[in-house]
Write a protein that binds this ligand. Structure first.
Ligand code: OAD
Length: 237
């Protein structure tokens, strides 16, 4: 079986990373203005403020651990490969918790918080410390060009050709812990439906496009995802 999974902030919520939009108004974008922190214009206007926001998120990430949902998805990748199938794991998350749980291949369509990209030479470098406007690029040595390797509003998400290729070829599409409000990921379910691919949503509560899914499973990701993975292996025996 070929399974395509897209994850969102909900998969990392129980690791303490928070989500962007929550019905009780505690999400990141209720407390911080994305237009001041997550756009190319914001970075041009006040790079120090944007760096400070992502530095705080990077520190939070380094103090966090993968949870049972990340671990179950890594188990799914191995188990499907052993059965001659495969998992395409796409995440909108900029954290590295899927990798730390053991996932070998993760497509980060919104970039990676533990990388910095130099706008002068174009190279991407691993970056675990705070990032600042005066840091020189480890590759070209120039100062003033490093930015978080994350996709901001108004920028094109990464790996889209590979993502749509795998989505169109999947037997099952599963959206986990995403509100379904940010494109292109929010449109994956309708694309899967057009291709006749079965669709499943796993979330704490119904997402914005819940009615488009064939199957809906609600509960905390740390419980709902391992339970779903167990069922996949029973069905795929
Ligand atoms: P959101 O914050 O929009 O949605 C999080 C989803 O996770 C919601 O549907 C919650 O119900 C669900 N959720 C919360 N806790 C959960 C739990 N313990 N178990 C399961 N589900 C849970 O996050 P995303 O959909 O990932 O982009 O947001 C998409 C993009 O919008 C992000 O990548 C980010 C943001 O703006 C950029 O920064 C460019």
């Amino acid at each position: 079986m070929k399974i395509f999974v897209i994850t969102g902030a909900g998969v990392s919520a129980e690791s303490g990373l928070g989500t962007f939009r929550d019905k009780d108004g505690t999400g990141l974008w209720a407390r911080f203005d994305p237009m001041k922190l997550a756009t190319p214009e914001a970075f041009r206007r006040d790079p120090g403020e944007v760096h400070a926001f992502y530095n705080a998120r990077r520190r939070n990430l380094l103090a966090s651990e993968p949870n049972a949902a990340h671990i179950a998805l890594a188990r799914l990748e191995t188990g499907l490969a052993e059965r001659g199938g495969n998992l395409t794991l796409v995440t909108q998350n900029i954290d590295d918790l899927h990798e730390r749980a053991g996932a070998a291949r993760v497509l980060h369509t919104h970039g990676e918080l533990l990388k910095a990209r130099c706008v002068i030479c174009g190279e991407t470098s691993l970056w675990k410390d705070d990032l600042g406007v005066d840091d020189p690029c480890p590759r070209c040595g120039k100062k003033g060009g490093l930015r978080p390797h994350v996709v901001w509003f108004g920028e094109v998400p990464l790996h889209l050709d590979e993502i749509y290729g795998a989505l169109n070829d999947a037997d099952l599409f599963v959206a986990i812990g995403t509100s379904g409000s940010v494109y292109p990921a929010a449109g994956f379910v309708s694309q899967a439906r057009r291709r006749g691919i079965r669709t499943c949503e796993i979330n704490l509560e119904p997402s914005d496009n819940a009615d488009q899914f064939d199957e809906r499973r609600y509960g905390p990701a740390s419980e709902a995802v391992p339970a779903w993975v167990d069922e996949i292996f029973v069905a795929d025996r």
